[in-house]
Design a protein around this ligand. Structure first.
Ligand SMILES: NC(=O)c1ccc[n+]([C@@H]2O[C@H](COP(=O)([O-])OP(=O)(O)OC[C@H]3O[C@@H](n4cnc5c(N)ncnc54)[C@H](O)[C@@H]3O)[C@@H](O)[C@H]2O)c1
Length: 358
């Protein structure tokens, strides 16, 4: 196979778009990617990221796609923009990595999947928990039958209140703890167990954030009946005190007839105490390595791995590989659709106070 270089543009240069840019920059240093441009909402942020990464900056993502002769785009914009941007990019023949949640509607996800299939394009969704070695190990054991007949799963994920109130201040009211982090947990349970939801009963609480002028849920608890009789409970919130020792607190428990698997993804063994921050157990897997690439610190960890994986998948396709060969080896549009279907059911159950059957 020839050594093809993937030309990519990033749409969205905020907190997560920054990781997209860093991952692409790292592969550029290895001669595998050409990071061409970034597109953001304002001239100011486009100029900032353009200067920081030494690339072109746009405020019109369509112009970026039209002018830059890209093979692929990665999309890290607020959730409600994912669909229109993905569809436009795929209409222009570009492979797409889209952040989670893929779209806020099942019908939107279906339109995206249909277009990817029609145009024979890679549509990948950034469910990065699948790249966490602990989750990969759990999946191997569950799939090998080590813990027997699955009884129930329990997953939790909790963010500090700075996430909705400061980091996502412009759009947190359009999201919820389930849309923002619950989708990760539902995807990882279905990926590990191979089971899908049959029904959902969910309850959400509003209060703290609403009082701060952000009309969204503080916390959501969802009880999901999965096929084969297994149940899955997911508790999520984004109101942990700002003094908490990490941005995220998260874990997973899987119980079967022959055993139990517990993942404490909050405490991964690294701990420090600083006068500035107090006790810290940094756990969200962004390690900035000492080596630099073009002056950039190389970034390691499970939350940049899927971005690199997408770019290498596009490289595989450019080198003559087929979508069929990649099938099942990355979080696909079909996965994104199944997760959105459950997140929609969670919303509906909270609104109506009923069990929602899928
Ligand atoms: N995979 C993960 O674990 C993870 C973590 C955090 C965020 N995310 C997802 O990433 C996405 C972005 O989140 P974030 O935290 O970076 O948000 P953010 O608010 O920090 O950044 C949003 C970016 O989108 C850009 N944008 C907005 N409208 C645009 C437009 N019309 N054209 C081009 N750019 C536009 C903004 O300029 C900004 O750069 C969300 O979908 C979020 O759910 C995923």
């Amino acid at each position: 196979m020839s050594d093809e270089i993937v030309r990519v543009g990033v749409i969205g240069g905020g907190i997560w778009g920054n990781y997209h840019l860093m991952a692409a920059k790292e592969l550029e240093a290895q001669g595998k990617v050409d990071l061409a441009a970034v597109s953001t909402r304002t001239e100011k942020s486009a100029a900032r990221q353009s200067k920081a990464f030494g690339i072109k900056g746009y405020t019109d993502y369509k112009a970026m796609i039209e002018k830059e002769k890209l093979d692929a785009v990665t999309i890290a914009t607020p959730d409600h923009l994912h669909r229109e941007m993905s569809i436009y990019a795929m209409e222009q023949g570009k492979h797409v990595l889209v952040e989670k949640p893929m779209d806020l509607t099942t019908s939107g996800c279906q339109a995206m999947v249909n277009l990817a299939e029609k145009n024979q394009l890679l549509l990948q969704v950034d469910f990065h928990k699948r790249y966490d070695p602990n989750n990969i190990d759990a999946r191997n054991r569950v799939r090998a039958g080590n813990i027997g007949d699955l009884q129930y799963a329990y997953a939790y994920m909790e963010d500090k209140i700075i996430v909705p109130s400061e980091w996502l201040a412009g759009w947190a009211a359009h999201s919820s703890p389930f849309w923002f982090i619950g989708v990760h947990k539902y995807d990882i349970v279905r990926w590990i167990t191979g089971r899908e939801a049959i029904s959902v009963l969910a309850y959400g609480r509003k209060g703290m954030l609403k009082e701060m002028g952000i009309d969204t849920y503080d916390s959501v608890s969802a009880f999901i009946l999965m096929d084969g009789g297994m149940t899955c409970t997911i508790d999520v919130n984004w109101i942990l005190p700002k003094q908490f020792e990490a941005v995220v607190n998260q874990g997973l428990r899987l119980i079967g007839s022959k055993g139990i698997i517990e993942i404490d993804a909050q405490d991964r063994g690294l701990r420090y105490c600083l006068k500035s921050d107090g006790n810290q157990t940094p756990n969200f897997s962004a390690i900035f390595a000492e080596e630099t690439v073009f002056g950039w610190k190389s970034v390691k960890g499970y939350f940049v791995d899927p971005i690199k994986n997408f770019l290498l998948n596009v490289r595989f396709l450019k080198s003559g590989g087929s979508l069929d060969r990649l099938s099942g080896r990355y979080p696909s549009g079909h996965d994104g659709l199944k997760v959105t279907r459950v997140a929609e059911a969670v919303e509906r159950s909270m609104r109506e106070g009923n069990v929602v059957f899928l």
